[in-house]
Design a protein around this ligand. Structure first.
Ligand SMILES: [Zn+2]
Length: 297
């Protein structure tokens, strides 16, 4: 037990790897703390913990692959199911997220797993917005395949970015507790031999249950086991955490952006000023009536 506990206490991280002499690039992610924090902030039911957790990790992986001028990436999954929308934002080492309906309850699937696909729905889209700072953002979207999240991310990479991708994302939940969370992403580079692609597909069932596997072995050991013979190499390790960059200053800007008229009616209606809550971290910001008058200018 103490060994398992020790695994739990590790900080979340993303391993950047290559396989087969660089013909395949990959990411391995451990996300227990990140997913637990998301679940605690939004007080999610088990199936929503899994759906939000998988989306947080999938988005964090996109964040870890951001290129030079890209600041952040926002992923929205809207499948028409009872959960509503899931929105996650990541930069290179942090992620945050929010879900419309955090308390959805669903019967388990026949195989005993949480029915994420039904809660999310699959009648909709996954959309990705890459923030390029001063330039206009890059926006891509594809139809959802299953609402199970990992498959939908992979479908996005294949269809919208023409990058062959295998992805698994898993969250192991027991009641309100998150026991384990992790993910893997593998992308083949142009010119990758078919034999390697076939080999990866054959091995993919090994990592479908990644969250359960992570309960017993650290990510590095799993990597060497899964990719034995494929020359796995760790290129880099980056930390990951659930973090929100909101601040009083940002909230002030949001209030100013409402316009003079809206601010005036707030000042007249709300004798005690206004309280704003950040969607992503639930932090509250209180503005007195005097503050609002100042912001109105
Ligand atoms: Zn916040």
């Amino acid at each position: 037990m103490s060994e398992i506990k020790e695994l739990y206490n590790r900080e979340d991280q993303i391993l950047h790897i290559t396989l087969a002499d660089g013909m395949v690039r990959g990411l391995l992610l451990t996300g227990l703390n990140t997913v637990s924090q998301g679940a605690a902030i939004h007080n999610t039911s088990p199936v929503v913990t899994a759906a939000l957790g998988r989306t947080l990790m999938g988005t964090a992986m996109m964040g870890a692959m951001l290129k030079g001028e890209e600041h952040s990436v926002t992923v929205t999954i809207n499948g028409g199911g009872p959960i509503g929308r899931i929105v996650c934002v990541a930069d290179r080492d942090s992620v945050r997220g929010v879900v419309d309906v955090p308390n959805v309850e669903m019967p388990l699937r026949t195989d005993g797993k949480l029915n994420v696909g039904m809660a999310v729905g699959r009648d909709g889209r996954i959309s990705v917005v890459r923030d390029l700072g001063m330039k206009s953002p890059y926006i891509g979207q594809t139809a959802l395949l299953s609402g199970e999240i990992a498959e939908d991310f992979a479908g996005y990479y294949v269809q919208s970015e023409q990058t062959p991708t295998l992805q698994a994302l898993g969250v192991l939940v027991n009641g309100d507790a998150v026991l384990s969370a992790g993910g893997i992403l593998l992308q083949t580079l142009p010119g990758c031999p078919d034999s390697i692609i076939t080999e990866l597909e054959l091995r993919s069932p090994l990592f479908y249950d990644i969250s359960r596997e992570l309960c017993y072995e650290p990510m590095e050991d799993l990597m060497h086991k899964w990719f034995d013979g494929l020359k796995p190499v760790i290129l880099d390790r980056t930390p990951l955490s659930y973090r929100c960059p909101c601040s009083r200053e940002r909230m002030e800007k949001a209030l100013i952006a409402l316009g003079r008229e809206e601010l005036t009616s707030m000042i007249e209606d709300e004798i005690d000023g206004a309280e704003l809550t950040c969607h992503f971290c639930k932090k509250q910001y209180k503005f007195s009536q005097e503050d609002l008058v100042k912001l109105r200018g």
